[in-house]
Design a protein around this ligand. Structure first.
Ligand SMILES: [Zn+2]
Length: 68
């Protein structure tokens, strides 16, 4: 059985540059926000205080994946 958690999810937050919906994604052990249109990356800490439902669901998966 393979454990599957999404590595990318669309959020309801908008890119400060172009207004496209930002995605939340993880690579290795790091989670970040990015804009699929202008390919800019944004640190999660700048958005975490207004995390939406999609982000919270995503982060739940990330965090239960790395209990230490
Ligand atoms: Zn953008």
């Amino acid at each position: 059985m393979t454990f599957f958690a999404p590595r990318d999810a669309e959020t309801s937050l908008h890119c400060p540059d172009c207004g496209t919906r930002l995605h939340i994604a993880r690579s290795c052990r790091e989670v970040h926000m990015y804009c699929p249109a202008c390919r800019a990356h944004y640190p999660l800490r700048e958005y975490i205080h207004r995390a939406d439902e999609a982000m919270e669901r995503f982060l739940e998966n990330v965090y239960c994946d790395r209990i230490e």
